[in-house]
Design a binder for this molecule. Sequence first.
Ligand code: BDR
Ligand code: CA
Length: 309
Amino acid sequence: MPTPLVLDCDPGHDDAIAILLAVADPAVDLRAVTTVAGNQTVEKCTLNARRVLSLAGAPSIPVARGAAQPLVRRLRIADDVHGQTGLDGPRFTDDPSVPQSPYSAHELLTDVLRTGPATIVATGALTNVARLLSEEPGLAPNITEIVWMGGSTGRGNIAPLAEANSAVDPEAADLVVRSGVPFTMCGLNVTHQALVTDEVLARLDRIGTPLARVCVEWMTFFASTYRELFGFVAPPLHDPVAVARVIDPAIVRCVEANLVVETQGEWTAGATVVDLDHYTGRPPNARIAVELDRAAFWDRIVDAITTLG
Ligand code: BDR
Ligand code: CA
């Protein structure tokens, strides 16, 4: 049986590929896509999610708009990485055919979880998930697991010690980690193993479909900003790593460790403090992704995009 899944995201180039993977891979059953402000405003991220599902030919998956702002802080967008649209690269003049749900992300998440257990993959700030847990605590037992692309066991990418999804809403990440719902963190330490090399780009290009061509254009834009901003030779495709962990846990090896999110530090808000070496004596409360099976990961991505035609 495929794993029921909700994808909470802020597309975003890597979120876009995460959506395609979740739509196409037979190991998961994507029930809903919800959006959150992060890479861009929530309006732009929602339009992009609709665009990706339209390109994927998946009109029956509802897309609902979520939080426009973090729980307590002011939104900091990543237009330097993802551009003015949040998904720069190919230009689209038409409106996506997939509509926005009349329900809010909160209502849609609640609705899905009332019908039965589901896994939440979150590839943006955890604002929507934190709200869900604080306003609907009775639904927590129906969340099989929260798998988050965010955080890092080491250094950050938006501040010396904070990764972007964590730094955008540290209070939300803190609340979710403390909630007691099974939690897996796929941080930069593992997503930096998912580099879109020239070889990967060539594989995508060889698929030859209109969707694959759009993906190549997205990745080419993403590569250009990662090169300019961070000096990366190839950009890391962060978000699909979290989806891949649900598709096949063997693709993303995890260890159990204690995780806390820094919310108070003057210079470190959003830092994910992972006690891999058991310094603190605090018990493990999270699974921490440490190693990616690159070959299996890229095979799943290429298969997904090929399947969608
Ligand atoms: C994360 O931040 C966003 O820019 C990406 O979509 C990814 O979710 C990486 O730090
Ligand atoms: Ca993202």
